[in-house]
Design a protein around this ligand. Sequence first.
Ligand code: FAD
Ligand code: AMP
Length: 475
Amino acid sequence: MADSFDVIVIGGGPAGYPAAIRAGQNKLTVACIDEWRNRDGTYAFGGTCLNAGCIPSKALLESTELYHRAREEFALHGIKTSGVSVDVAQMQKRKAGIVKTSTQGILALFKGAGVTPLQGHGKLLPGRRVEYTAADGTKRELTAAHVILASGSVPLELKCAPFQAPHIIDSQGALELDSAPKRLGVIGAGVIGLELGSVWRRLGSEVTVLEALPDFLAIADQQLAKEAARHFKKQGLDIRLGARVTGARVAGDAVEVAYEDAAGAHGLTVDRLIVAVGRRPYTKDLLAEGTGIELDERGFIKVDQQCRTAVEGIWAVGDCVRGPMLAHKGKEEGVMAADLIAGHFGEVNYKTVPAVIYTAPEIAWVGQTEEQVKASGRPYKVGVFPFLANGRARAMEQAQGFAKILAARDDDEILGVHIVGPMAGELIAEAVLAMEYSASTEDLQRTIHAHPTLSESLHEAALAADKRAIDSLNR
Ligand code: FAD
Ligand code: AMP
């Protein structure tokens, strides 16, 4: 194996592995070092996303949603079932199979793009040198013209509720439960807390979510958040807002949780407690003395708009740098860095990074919320279209929620799109593309959408912005 590469990527998650593949496509010699190990000790590329994040969570969300539908919706379709029951072990086995296929797929992609996979630890040394420590502990010094740091993030731990498996667990532990706890507590009503809370609620857990902030989904458009909250409540998720957890301790086979809200101090007893209060950048043993790489006050590696650090030839991408902690954001940053290194054009449009929460109904948005548009002072118009008026959604027995478009009054530019409803995460792609091309609502209004499709809701929302929706009353 060579000791010198054009590019070395440290971290093989959804930011690092695409960077390596694109560097290979750009005819650069490239190695990708990754240290992720499964519980059984085996190495696996793919980082948090493939091993303990996006993919396993979506696998369980899909399985549990099907179970829920079989029990609650099939009868409406005239499908008679009896004795529908759940086999959590099989659900987990299916999930593990999907993860394995995906992570092994990366090795095949690396082979195709000429990337050298190196499983073990990478440490940046001064002078664009990298120390690689293999599984057996042997160390080698590698050099590169460019190094891309993509070391990712890890779950935040609360001092007042330290992890204590199997009772007080992080998101990875919550994806690996072998049965639905009778009483499940979740700290944090963010994306991860809501998705994991939904999985176990559908399997029968009594789920209580404690959220410190007074507003539900404070980062989202508040009309969207209110609609989503209504559905979660109906599903039996007990979401307590303004509830700040102050302590948690394991007592026997249960967890005693203490929290405070406006009314005072409270206690809650659960069988398992998921701590889902966010993630922090991970840079442990990544940077040797004297590399010149700077971290900000929250521990993120400092970079410019194009993911360059202050040190020539060293780049950083994904969850270890500023911006939303999302796999697709990291992927685009990795690809941008690899293209810029090769002298090609590269850019990430941070204004059009979509956000998706894969609950039922799904929640997705891109661009500004109504609160942000209002605060900007720019005159705007709003178009809202309910899925209740969408034929496909009704046929799917999924006629919940709405699509909402915010556009500028002056030049009709689309400023934000917010969807809560069936397949919102898929539908948002059209809005992202529209915003990427600086489309107006008129552009969307004049675009033919197949009938009957869920995407007609976005079309109708665009029409509603000018009070010209056909399938709703334009109130
Ligand atoms: P990571 O995926 O964390 O990968 C970093 C990799 O680098 C790891 O393999 C790590 O072991 C390795 N590494 C670190 N330091 C070193 C070193 N010194 N040497 C060698 N290797 C090193 N995002 C979405 O967009 N959509 C979702 O649906 C979604 N769902 C999620 C669900 C859950 C439960 C969780 C926890 C996260 C979810 N996310 C989702 C977030 C997403 O997983 C992250 O944004 C994404 O994984 C970040 O990618 P990354 O490559 O920057 O870092
Ligand atoms: P996210 O960053 O989207 O994963 O969301 C994490 C959520 O956890 C945020 O909404 C925080 O307000 C919430 N949170 C953080 N600390 C606490 C705490 N001690 N008690 C309750 N909620 C918390």
